[in-house]
Design a protein around this ligand. Structure first.
Ligand SMILES: Cc1cc2nc3c(=O)[nH]c(=O)nc-3n(C[C@H](O)[C@H](O)[C@H](O)COP(=O)(O)OP(=O)(O)OC[C@H]3O[C@@H](n4cnc5c(N)ncnc54)[C@H](O)[C@@H]3O)c2cc1C
Ligand code: SF4
Length: 475
């Protein structure tokens, strides 16, 4: 270990731009065994590992790096799985620059971070290839059941943890495939679908039941589920697109980001998608503008490039240094030919029936606001016009009105509409109903959803044990 002085930082190679924009496959090559060992040996084995502190799951990073450096990949994989239900997914899509790697001590000392995410991916992908990842063997079945609403990472992590303990689990989802945004939001060039599917298939093989195409609130009520199960988890994510109130908003060919991404992901999965097949959501040969600067916007611009758009522009009101999206993804987008109009604000859509151009105004950064970020201000008389065929709005997401949708007025929500929970027990205002993931936090990250799902599982177990005990005492 401590080889960071002799060995330079090296990530797996990225595919060449010309080659990678021709398909939707992941863009990073895999580590070969020796490279993973070598890169892991750069870890300085800090007494207080800040990488671990800043990983939401508190993954035991220094220890699995040491095991990898010693070639003990099976043990490294077991250790990685002890705190994370999907290490290969986090290794691929966590914004490591803001989490573990951003806090690596050797990064701070100017040697370049240990490539933690790539090693995590290598360890777990190897474990899959070698057949070390097995379905759950339940030692003793427990006659209590949990209904989980939402098959995204929060719901799946909770389901897995509770199934390991022997509980009977049913996961309900309004979509036809489990995985939530891992399947229908995040494009293949960041996370190929087989990576998600092999996880969900393993959960099915482990005895977790999946009921698909079931929207709770429409086809089944929360009350029905409360009668059927001993406890419930709401892990429905956030999907209501944030709007911008611009003149011309009603024109055709202006879409929310998820319409575009779901259509593209479904096509990749081989589905029939009417709005894509009739050309509406297919941007081939079109001038595309994406409004927004987060990860969703980056996924949209890079999807548009792969659909062979004529031009792809991204409009963001701050500058590159102040973008909310991961800088790694912004750099990837720039390499792939996306043109960023920094410090720009959309002002007006123009067109007769369909949108044909967008008026944009220039911005400058003023004094920091209460959050500490410099506030964008309009530069007077700086308007300019860009010709577009399609506009995609990627301005973030808000929660749907869950108490309304579930017809449960007693379900308390915060002023932002996220579900209120007791932060210690993950329980909502309705006894026996828990909540986790984006629907509690607001739009966040996969790694936080997994963390919440795992923590909720611990609380649900406690709740169910005390419920059982009360029944025994009463009898
Ligand atoms: C385009 C995009 C790109 C992203 N990229 C990244 C990234 O690179 N890295 C990262 O860490 N995070 C990323 N995120 C964020 C990440 O995907 C989410 O934080 C995470 O998926 C939240 O997990 P969740 O389980 O809470 O919800 P979700 O993944 O949203 O899953 C919720 C599930 O609930 C189901 N559901 C909703 N309502 C109902 C209902 N009434 N009845 C039944 N089922 C219902 C939905 O169909 C869905 O399957 C991205 C998000 C988006 C939108
Ligand atoms: S889960 Fe994410 S933050 Fe934690 S070690 Fe892995 S890549 Fe880093």
């Amino acid at each position: 270990m401590l080889k960071f002085v002799e060995i330079n930082q090296q990530n797996p190679k990225k595919r060449k731009v010309d080659n990678r924009v021709d398909d939707f496959k992941e863009i990073y090559d895999e580590f070969i065994h020796d490279k993973a060992k070598q890169q892991s040996s750069r870890c300085s084995q800090c007494g207080v590992p800040f990488c671990q502190v800043h990983c939401p799951l508190h993954n035991n990073i220094p220890d699995w790096l040491k095991l990898t450096a010693e070639g003990r990949i099976k043990e490294a994989s077991e250790l990685a799985h002890s705190t994370n239900n999907m290490p290969e997914i986090c290794g691929r899509i966590c914004p490591q620059d803001r989490l573990c790697e951003g806090n690596c001590v050797i990064e701070q000392s100017g040697h370049g971070t240990v490539t933690i995410g790539s090693v995590e991916k290598y360890i777990t992908d190897t474990a899959w290839k070698k057949g070390w990842i097995k379905k759950i063997k339940v030692e003793k079945e427990i006659d209590q059941s949990i209904g989980i609403i939402g098959a995204g990472p929060a719901g799946l992590a909770c389901a897995e943890e509770l199934r390991k303990l022997g509980y009977q689990i049913t996961v309900y989802d309004r979509y036809d495939r489990p995985g939530g945004l891992l399947i229908y939001g995040i494009p293949n060039f960041k996370l190929e679908k087989y990576v998600v599917e092999r996880r969900t298939n393993l959960l099915k093989a482990s005895g977790i039941k999946f009921e698909k195409n079931v929207e709770i609130g429409t086809y089944k009520s929360l009350k029905e589920l409360r009668k059927k199960h001993d406890a419930l988890l709401i892990a429905t994510g956030v999907y209501k697109p944030r709007e911008i109130d611009l003149p011309g908003n009603q024109l055709k060919n202006i879409f929310p980001a998820m319409d575009f991404l779901i259509a593209s992901n479904r096509k990749g999965l081989g589905d029939k998608v009417e709005k894509f097949d009739n050309g509406m959501l297919n941007v081939e040969n079109k001038n595309v503008v994406v409004i927004g600067g987060g990860d969703t916007a980056m996924d949209c611009v890079r999807t548009a490039i792969r659909q062979n758009a004529k031009s792809v522009k991204c409009i963001y009101r701050r500058d590159k240094q102040n973008m909310p999206g991961s800088i790694r993804e912004v750099n990837n987008a720039e390499e792939e030919g996306v043109k960023f109009l920094w410090l720009s604000n959309p002002k007006k859509f123009i067109g007769s029936e369909k949108v044909s151009s967008l008026i944009v105004e220039k911005m400058q950064l003023g004094k920091p606001d209460s959050s500490g970020r410099k506030k964008p201000e309009i530069i007077p008389n700086s308007n300019f016009e860009i010709k577009i065929d399609i506009a995609i709005k990627a301005l973030g997401f808000d929660p749907e009105n869950i108490p309304n949708l579930f017809n449960e007025p007693d379900l308390a929500v915060s002023e932002w509409g996220t579900i209120k929970i007791n932060m210690n027990s993950f329980q909502t205002s309705i006894p026996g109903v828990f909540a986790a993931g984006d629907i509690v936090r607001g739009a966040s990250l996969v790694v936080w959803a997994i963390k919440d799902g795992r923590d909720a599982a611990v609380s649900i177990q406690k709740y169910l044990q005390s419920k059982k005990l009360s029944k025994i005492i009463a009898a």
